[in-house]
Each structure stands twice: as structure tokens, then as C-alpha cells.
Design a protein around this ligand. Structure first.
Ligand SMILES: CC(C)(COP(=O)(O)OP(=O)(O)OC[C@H]1O[C@@H](n2cnc3c(N)ncnc32)[C@H](O)[C@@H]1OP(=O)(O)O)[C@@H](O)C(=O)NCCC(=O)NCCS
Length: 264
């Protein structure tokens, strides 16, 4: 099975759907976390004891349930992408986490058909991005972010902290709704980039400066050192309202430093 179809792992569940985005060596998947109980019972055995304990530590039953489904869907999608030549079991995958929580595949799959992956979830929805080994070599890292505009938040004060001066200036004169919508377009790009490099929120989001008004794709005017704008490809993803989502692809080896074992 190639990575364009649905995995056999998902036959009994509502399968993840591939987003219609044509980028060489990249697949993007959208899935609902509201899955049937029969699927979840089957998927639990794919998780390591550490992953199950992590889910059990969550206070709310809905969060526990979602943590299991996120991990199972991720495992299924990665196993599907890794198993193009011989079948790979979702249960056989092992992950480790970077210094700021970024997950990576460990050996023996770390340098296989999947070069990198990343995920984002919002409510009952999951977005997974997979960078396959067939992608151009200058893309070493993928980051994705998904946000819902439905959660009403006052973004005015946040904008002063996380947007560049130039980005902030583009919010002037907009209605509250327009301003919030624009804020989240910047936000998902910043999160996708920071997740690609594995830095999370530690990056200093105000030092990232994006132009989202270019006729083609959004691009970086400035990035914090050592990252270079020319190394990065950015894109908004075709997801339905109230969601907004973005993808970042780039070359970066820094993020592999200081990795900690997660569940191996
Ligand atoms: C953790 C962080 C990477 C993203 O957080 P988030 O947007 O809340 O969460 P997302 O759903 O987009 O992504 C979560 C997934 O990213 C992965 N992840 C965690 N840390 C990561 C990192 N440093 N780099 C890349 N991916 C990471 C994990 O797989 C995680 O899923 P899991 O916890 O189920 O394993 C980080 O950027 C952060 O803390 N951001 C601040 C969040 C915030 O302030 N939000 C306010 C919005 S206005």
C-alpha cells in the first residue's frame, strides 16, 4: 500500500482523510477523534504502557479518551507510511521526545520511509503531517498547527506579545472578528514553524515576522537565529471553518539535539 490510500488499520473506524494538498513527499491527514468504542478497544493494545499511563493521568475522561485516540491514529498513519515494502505494526513504533516535547520516531524506523512527522489537535479533530523520504532533501522537518476560531478569546493583548511590530500593524482598523481571524492565521504559521524546529513556545514568537498577504504563499520576512527565511516553505491548509491550519517545511538539524527517551 502506498501512502496515498487509507490504511487497513482503519477499516473499522472512521478513517483519516487525506487533505487535498499536492506537495512532493508530504501527506496531510485529517481525522476525527470521535471514534467508535470497538475501535478504541482494539487500538489500546497498540499503545505502550507509558502512553496508556500518560492518558490515564489526565483528569477528564474525555481528555483520557482523546489521548488514546490521538496516539492510536498517529501510530496507524505512521505504520501505513512506513510499511510500503513490508507490513509495519502500529504497536511496534517507538517515540522519543525533544527538549521541548517534540516527538520523533526512534530506531529502527527513524531513518526509514518517514523522514519526519508532526501533529496538532483541537477539540475532536486531529491533523497529522508526514514528511516522507521521497520529499526533496532540503526539507528535513515538518510542523503543523490547527486552531479553532470558535473558542472566543481576546487576542488583542496576546497580539502585542506574540506578533512582530509589522504583523501587529496589519491588525489596525480591523473589526474584532477580522482581527481575531488574522491573528490566528499568523498564530498557526508561528506554531507550525516552531513545532517544525521543535522549540515550541520557547522561540520568542514576536521575533518571527511573516507576510501573509503575498499573492502566492505566506513567507517569512524574519526568523530568529539560526533559522533562515529562505530555508522554509509555509502554507495555509484547506480545512473547513471554524478551523484554521498551517504547515511549515524546512531544513533543520538543531531540533534533534537534547532528545530524551519518551516511551522506548
Ligand atoms: C506544545 C506546543 C508545541 C503546541 O501546543 P498546542 O498548540 O497547544 O498543541 P497542538 O495540538 O498544536 O500540538 C500538540 C502536539 O504537538 C506535539 N508537540 C509537543 N511539543 C512539541 C514541540 N516542542 N514541537 C513540536 N511538536 C510538539 C505533541 O505530539 C502534541 O500532541 P500530544 O500532546 O497529544 O502528544 C507549544 O507550541 C505550546 O506550548 N504552545 C503554546 C500554546 C498556547 O499558548 N496556545 C494559546 C493559543 S492563542
Amino acid at each position: 500500500m502506498d501512502h496515498t490510500g487509507n490504511a487497513p488499520f482503519f477499516e473499522i473506524a472512521q478513517p483519516p482523510q487525506r487533505l487535498p494538498v499536492e506537495i512532493p513527499g508530504v501527506s496531510l491527514w485529517w481525522a476525527t477523534l470521535a471514534q467508535p468504542e470497538t475501535a478504541i478497544a482494539q487500538w489500546l493494545v497498540w499503545l505502550t504502557p507509558e502512553e496508556r499511563q500518560r492518558a490515564e493521568r489526565m483528569a477528564r475522561p474525555s481528555s483520557r479518551y482523546r489521548a488514546v485516540v490521538v496516539r492510536a491514529l498517529l501510530r496507524g498513519l505512521l505504520a501505513q507510511a512506513l510499511g510500503r515494502e513490508s507490513a509495519v505494526s502500529p504497536a511496534s513504533l517507538r517515540f522519543q521526545t525533544g527538549a521541548h516535547g517534540r516527538p520523533y520516531l526512534t530506531a529502527p524506523f527513524a531513518d526509514g520511509a518517514v523522514r519526519d512527522f508532526n501533529l496538532s489537535h483541537s477539540g475532536d479533530n486531529l491533523l497529522v503531517g508526514i514528511l516522507h523520504s521521497t520529499a526533496p532533501p532540503f526539507w528535513q522537518r515538518i510542523g503543523v498547527d490547527l486552531e479553532s476560531l470558535q473558542r472566543s478569546r481576546d487576542t488583542t493583548r496576546l497580539a502585542c506579545r506574540v506578533l512582530s511590530v509589522s504583523e501587529q500593524s496589519t491588525l489596525a482598523g480591523l473589526s474584532r472578528e477580522e482581527s481575531q481571524c488574522r491573528f490566528f492565521r499568523y498564530w498557526v504559521l508561528k506554531e507550525a514553524f516552531s513545532k517544525a524546529v521543535g522549540a515550541g513556545f520557547s522561540l520568542g514568537f514576536e521575533t518571527i515576522d511573516f507576510d501573509i498577504d503575498a499573492a502566492s504563499a505566506p513567507y517569512a520576512r524574519a526568523l530568529p537565529k539560526p533559522y533562515r527565511p529562505d530555508d522554509w516553505t509555509l502554507q495555509f491548509l484547506p480545512v473547513d471553518p471554524p478551523f484554521v491550519a498551517a504547515l511549515a517545511l524546512g531544513g533543520n538539524q538543531e531540533s534533534k539535539k537534547s532528545e530524551q527517551p519518551f516511551d522506548s
